[in-house]
Design a protein around this ligand. Sequence first.
Ligand SMILES: Cc1cc2nc3c(=O)[nH]c(=O)nc-3n(C[C@H](O)[C@H](O)[C@H](O)COP(=O)(O)OP(=O)(O)OC[C@H]3O[C@@H](n4cnc5c(N)ncnc54)[C@H](O)[C@@H]3O)c2cc1C
Length: 356
Amino acid sequence: MKLCILGGGLTGLSLAKSLIKKGLSVDIFLSKKNLDINKSRTIGISNYNLIYFNKEILDIKKLLWDIKKIEIYSDNLRNEKILNFENNNKTLFAIIRNYQLQSKLFTSLKKEKLCKLKNNFNYKLTDLKKYKLIINCENNNYFSKKFFARSLKKKYDSFAYTTILKHKKIKNDSASQIFTKNGPLAFLPLSELETSVVYSIKGKKNINLIELIKKYNTKYSITNFGTSNFFELKSSNLRTYYHKNILAFGDLLHRLHPLAGQGFNMTIRDIRDLSKLIEFKLKNGLELDNSICEEFQNKTRHKNYLFSSGIDFVYEFFNLESKMDNNILSKSVRLIGRNKFLNRSFKNIANKGFEI
Ligand SMILES: Cc1cc2nc3c(=O)[nH]c(=O)nc-3n(C[C@H](O)[C@H](O)[C@H](O)COP(=O)(O)OP(=O)(O)OC[C@H]3O[C@@H](n4cnc5c(N)ncnc54)[C@H](O)[C@@H]3O)c2cc1C
């Protein structure tokens, strides 16, 4: 049985590997942008998702940098810590460079007999007629525009700036995020000598990223600021996950503000859910056809929507405080974070989503 995947980004390639592991053949239609990878981007993957990824998708252990502590600060409380997450020195999540993950997935797929990577960038509906199930992991192709344009969209009027800092050697296993008046600023360790930065800044100002990073950095002796990139931040949640036998997937289903580093984590959880449905069909000798699209939607849409709304709530919460003249909200978060049960619950949701 041959399946079709549209898009060779992190989503398309990861999904393809997981399907091939089940003995399925996969044709992947790449797009030009899949070959142009931004090197200043990193991605944080939760521990729960990493265990799954390493086992069911691809072993990426060698590319990961473990994070054992997360610290959250607020500008409104003069950079005082408001939340702290750790778990007896165990890994909470790990950071990987997007381009390394993508190229490892590519290299591994090129060796797979069950996989065909197609560089036909101008494919049409007629080219896809032979497939019973098509999974669209591409945000901007013909199919996304024609069949998957109806989503709940939001523009944050913000831009995400990303760069990688080089600094003097430091024990670097603690990630931090500061809710500044401009927006959330995250420091995400990559090694003892490098840390990735994601700064989501409200409005498109002529900002001086280096000066802003210097203003909030209290930890690193920076020796070099890498090339920075920026892009507009939006969120979206697709209303209907499929059209006939085409299932939308990845960021096309749910795109989030990066403040909690959860976009790709949601996709890994979706891969897990889709995999379970596929395994059930295979075990019972059933066809992998359009029926799986509806089953997948029923299984995931409500929890994905709830999760995305939660991330948006966090954004709006701190956004509201940055407009207020007091720090009552940060103080209440600090109080909530000290409650052991709630602290554990936040950690669990960030790690597993709404898995039980
Ligand atoms: C700055 C930033 C940091 C991120 N950090 C994490 C993380 O630590 N952990 C995690 O699980 N996920 C994170 N994500 C989400 C993750 O990057 C995407 O889910 C993933 O790259 C989708 O890959 P793709 O190859 O399937 O999609 P493609 O179709 O190849 O690409 C989708 C593009 O949209 C960009 N994008 C994603 N979200 C947004 C958004 N809200 N607004 C505008 N553009 C967006 C992606 O970066 C990517 O370039 C982050 C996203 C951004 C923008």
